[in-house]
Ligand binder design. Structure first.
Ligand code: ZN
Length: 104
């Protein structure tokens, strides 16, 4: 299986760790993005520091990515657009979040 590198946080308040993960397959209504660059914003730091309730760790913060579509999952029947960040180095996003104000 193909691998990717990801910068993850293992626990709330933990440090950044460079890890290797399997590249995910995009699910229904998702695309796989080959990430070329990723910004870290204040909301990512809140996740890293454990200030967002309900977050599960290990976590790969970083939803402000730039890259290219590497694979497309099958279509969903829903027409509502949205995004769901998934992974860092390669990221899968639900197309259903596209119309929202924020992608986090
Ligand atoms: Zn942000």
């Amino acid at each position: 299986m193909n691998k990717m590198k990801a910068a993850q946080v293992s626990k709330a308040g933990g440090g950044w760790e460079l890890v290797e993960r399997s590249i995910p397959e995009p699910g229904a209504g998702q695309v796989l993005i080959k990430v070329e660059a990723c910004g870290i914003c204040h909301s990512d730091m809140l996740v890293k520091e454990g200030h967002v309730p309900g977050i599960q760790y290990p976590r790969v913060p970083g939803h402000e990515v730039a890259g290219s579509v590497d694979a497309v999952g099958r279509q969903k029947s829903s027409s509502k657009q949205s995004f769901e960040p998934f992974h860092e180095r390669h990221s899968a996003f639900s197309l259903n979040h596209f119309g929202g104000e924020s992608i986090l």
